[in-house]
Write a protein that binds this ligand. Structure first.
Ligand code: HEC
Ligand code: HEC
Length: 251
């Protein structure tokens, strides 16, 4: 366990004066900074308060705003940086991410990564679409499962994110954005290549199946050390041919 950063000790003291002195959670003060942003919107103001769209428990709105709770910290932070730099564009999230500085983006990402995965109503087990599990070499479709796991649970240090249990509409929208190039923050263009051969019905079938798979909790290591997996997530992005300004404000 590491000591709390001195610069954040004031916030830590405020938090510790309450009655829940939960032991075992590292970076408590940092997480509280993230919580403050989640509930208040930070410098961007109340219109940017994450909970208004992503839910009080980070569970998402079931349609357009995805679940954030329990996702990999590195993945979440990368998305915030990509929104801020314009590599990933969205009318709402671009504004929200630009309203925070890098520390705020990291803190709020770590906060959501640390939240428990909301319980979902059990759904009957259904086999994955064949394209998802095995791809179709004849048409150049790579198996989604190779990168995202056999049930969409994600794989490899958060670089290949968990995609199970997200709203159907959100997931379908992401697949379409990659197809049209509106979303292009995937390292080495892997997602653009993966979705290009998919027909619309195939994309819908996969998105629907994914939305019915149970969300799984982030791996303990990802929650405990957000910065380690942030570095891992940032590495492939830096090698993309689409250059983005190095640690600048993205202007
Ligand atoms: C006004 C509504 C709204 C607010 C406020 C908002 N979001 Fe979002 N968020 C969305 C929507 C809609 C999307 C999906 C955008 C897309 O398709 O790229 C999204 C997507 C995201 C994603 C991408 C998740 C993924 O799985 O790739 C992250 C991360 C995120 N939001 C974090 C935040 C944080 C942190 C805050 C607060 C600082 C916040 N959002 C505030 C609506 C909102
Ligand atoms: C070679 C690895 C690879 C393959 C194959 C692949 N993906 Fe991905 N996928 C990724 C990576 C990496 C990201 C994260 C990109 C980023 O940083 O935003 C991603 C992101 C996603 C997301 C966005 C998650 C979110 O929260 O916004 C969805 C949805 C998705 N993939 C679905 C699929 C589907 C469906 C297939 C099969 C048709 C597939 N992927 C095949 C690597 C892969």
């Amino acid at each position: 366990m590491r000591a709390i950063l001195p610069t954040l000790s004031l916030l830590a003291a405020i938090g510790a004066s309450g009655c829940d002195a939960t032991p075992g959670r590292t970076d408590r003060a940092f997480s509280e900074t993230g919580q403050t942003i989640a509930m208040s919107g930070g410098p961007g103001g109340a219109a940017n308060a994450c909970f208004t769209c992503h839910g009080l428990d980070g569970q998402g709105d079931g349609v357009a705003a995805p679940r954030l709770a329990g996702l990999d910290a590195g993945y979440l932070q990368k998305q915030m940086e990509d929104y801020a730099s314009g590599l990933r564009q969205d009318a709402l999230m671009t504004r929200v991410a630009k309203g925070l500085d890098p520390n705020g983006r990291r803190a709020v990402a770590a906060y959501y990564a640390s939240l428990p995965v909301p319980a979902a109503a059990p759904v009957p087990v259904s086999p994955a679409p064949a394209l998802y599990s095995r791809g179709d070499p004849a048409r150049g479709v790579v198996a989604c499962a190779a990168c995202h796991g056999d049930r969409g649970q994600g794989a490899g240090d958060g670089g290949n994110p968990q995609i199970a249990g997200q709203p159907y509409a959100y997931t379908l929208e992401q697949l379409q954005r990659w197809k049209t190039g509106a979303r292009r923050n995937d390292p080495r263009g892997v997602m653009a290549a993966a979705v290009r051969p998919l027909s619309d019905p195939e994309a819908r079938e996969i998105a629907l199946w994914l939305s019915r798979q149970p969300a799984s909790p982030a791996r303990a290591s990802a929650v405990a050390s957000g910065s380690a997996s942030v570095d891992a997530a940032a590495r492939p992005a830096a090698s993309r041919e689409t250059r983005r300004p190095d640690r600048s404000d993205g202007a």
